[in-house]
Write a protein that binds this ligand. Structure first.
Ligand code: FES
Length: 553
């Protein structure tokens, strides 16, 4: 609701600025043309509907924007977001004198605030005010354009008109500035004529020197008042932060085992960003793009209910019950979350993901299975607490290896790991990334063994199988146990290759189709021929004692 009011207020202001700038363009013809255009401009904005609408939009947009600043948990933002915020804060300071010198002077002192009067005031009487006015024009326009771009970029049709919109955003202020400049030159020329000056001072009912001083004084008072309001917002943020700290913290755990504490009132997205966890957020946390969506495991039942805006987006993307928008979710107890889109996702990826993958689609991807060798024996010799501790360190290491290599962790099954590669980026990249992940897993395992040397009777060993093929990718499961996964013969084959690492006494088994697509030469390693379902002639595989021996890809 707040966002909608702010948006509509912003749109009214944008139309106001647009009509104002278009009026300036007429200066390219003459000042008389500008004043003719001004009649239409005034008919639109100086009437019992236009005036209240304009002031209501201005005040609501400003108040709600400041409210937004107060509510933000942190002020880390992208360049254009920050530019929009700063320009929004600066505009009122520059705008006050313009309003006082035109509309206010017109209403209070009966000044005829036409173009000759305004241009004389800005380029002859007070050139500094003229420069400020030019800056104000550009700032107001850029602020509006960025806001409209942020709003429209979620509409699929906008993609087709983006270049046109950019051209519009550049041409309008350029023409307007040109009109302003040409008309200013004309007024400066007129002002050089004493005869003209005499009639100007006599005929425009200009404010007296005292009235002009009053206007400047009033400007200062309003500027201080506005600076005071901004200070209150900043102090309010500090106070709120202190209260939230006092109210306590919660912990967010990610699939790679990393966990971070945050004070209550922090959104899941902010927790990710404050802790440098990659997390997609195309709309910057405004709850519009859905790219920040997460699957929530433990802690789902204790999350506050979704607000209506979030619910609408979740329904639109066909989200399951355990999915939430990270930017709109403010946990109060510990939660486990899995971000569902790669951190660099854009809107197209988000749309694609849900229109196709979640509803099921056949895709050629790479699949990796990994399992700890002899873990049952190890677990029999350890206390349950130690088993859980070791397993979680292992999952963290393997999960990180997969994610660093561009894969998607599908699931942990007992002490095993299943990961998918190439869902978003194509099978060739997927096959290469699966091999990179296998090597990275071997490296991570060595690090883990060194780290846990005192806890383990012998170093952990793993078996990894990688294969590629056409599978069905889709969102499968029920209730909270729903996730995007893959099913098909290729998945079973990858699992079988992982199992074969035992009999082949190797750490990694690579299928020939995967090696071929990845473009890697494994002829130096032992080769076998095996029978697999779905391939009448069987398939070649290579076994590597150590996945770190894989050639660089
Ligand atoms: S970041 Fe866009 S919906 Fe959350």
């Amino acid at each position: 609701m707040v966002r909608t009011i702010r948006l509509y207020g912003g749109l009214v202001l944008f139309v106001y600025i647009l009509t104002h700038l278009l009026n300036h363009v007429l200066g390219l013809h003459s000042i008389e043309a500008m004043d003719e255009g001004r009649k239409a401009f005034l008919a639109m904005w100086r009437n019992p509907i236009g005036t209240p609408l304009l002031y209501l939009s201005l005040s609501s947009h400003m108040v709600l924007s400041l409210w937004g600043v107060y509510q933000r948990q942190h002020l880390h933002m992208k360049f254009w977001e920050m530019a929009q915020l700063l320009s929004g804060l600066l505009i009122p300071f520059l705008l006050i004198l313009h309003i006082l010198g035109t509309r206010f002077a017109h209403e209070i002192y009966g000044v005829d605030d036409n173009y000759v009067y305004v241009l004389y005031a800005l380029v002859v009487h007070n050139i500094d005010a003229g420069y400020r006015q030019a800056i104000l024009m550009v700032l107001g326009w850029v602020h509006g354009c960025v806001g409209i771009h942020y709003w429209l970029r979620y509409k699929p049709a906008y993609e087709n008109y983006k270049s046109l919109a950019l051209a519009f955003a550049v041409v309008i202020p350029a023409l307007s500035m040109a009109g302003y400049y040409v008309a200013s030159l004309e007024v400066m020329k007129l002002a050089a004529d004493p005869q003209w000056l005499k009639s100007f001072f006599g005929g425009y009912n200009l404010p007296t020197a005292e009235e002009a001083q009053d206007i400047y004084r009033l400007e200062t008072v309003i500027q201080f008042a506005f600076a005071g309001v901004i200070s209150v917002v900043i102090i309010g943020r500090w106070v709120r932060y202190a209260i939230q700290r006092w109210q306590g913290t919660f912990k967010v755990t990610y699939p790679n085992g990393k966990a971070f504490r945050a004070i209550k009132g922090t959104s899941l997205l902010d927790v990710s960003h404050l802790n440098n966890m990659p997390h997609a957020a195309v709309c910057g946390g405004k709850g519009r793009c859905s790219t920040c969506r997460v699957r929530v495991g433990k802690g789902l039942d204790h999350l506050p209910e979704s607000e209506s805006e979030e619910r609408k987006v979740l329904i639109r993307i066909g989200a399951s019950d355990n999915m939430r928008l990270a930017c709109q979710t403010y946990p109060i107890t510990d939660v486990e979350v899995t971000p569902l889109l790669p951190a660099k996702s854009d809107l197209k990826a988000a749309r694609r993901e849900h229109s196709s993958i979640s509803q099921g689609q056949e895709r050629e991807i790479a699949i990796l299975f990994a399992d700890i060798r002899g873990f049952t024996t190890l677990s029999e010799k350890k206390l349950p607490y130690d088993v859980v501790f070791i397993l979680n360190r292992y999952f963290e290491a393997m999960g990180t290896a997969v994610e660093e290599s561009g894969g998607r962790l599908d699931k942990f099954i007992g002490d095993g790991v299943m990961a998918l590669f190439g869902i978003d980026r194509g099978v060739e990249t997927g096959c290469k990334n699966a091999l990179r992940a296998a090597r990275r897993m071997a490296e991570k395992l060595d690090e883990l063994n060194a780290h846990l040397a005192h806890e383990l009777p012998e170093p952990l060993r793993i078996g990894i199988g990688v294969h590629t093929g056409a599978v069905i990718v889709g969102e499968l499961g029920w209730g909270q146990a729903t996730s995007i996964t893959a099913i098909g013969d290729a998945v079973n084959t990858a699992s079988r290759l992982e199992g074969m690492t035992k009999e082949l006494k190797s750490q990694l088994v690579v299928s020939q189709p995967l090696a071929k697509i990845a473009g890697i030469d494994l002829e130096d390693f032992p080769r076998q021929h095996i029978q697999v379902r779905g391939r009448q002639d069987g398939m070649d595989i290579w076994s590597l004692e150590n996945a770190k021996d894989l050639p660089q890809i």
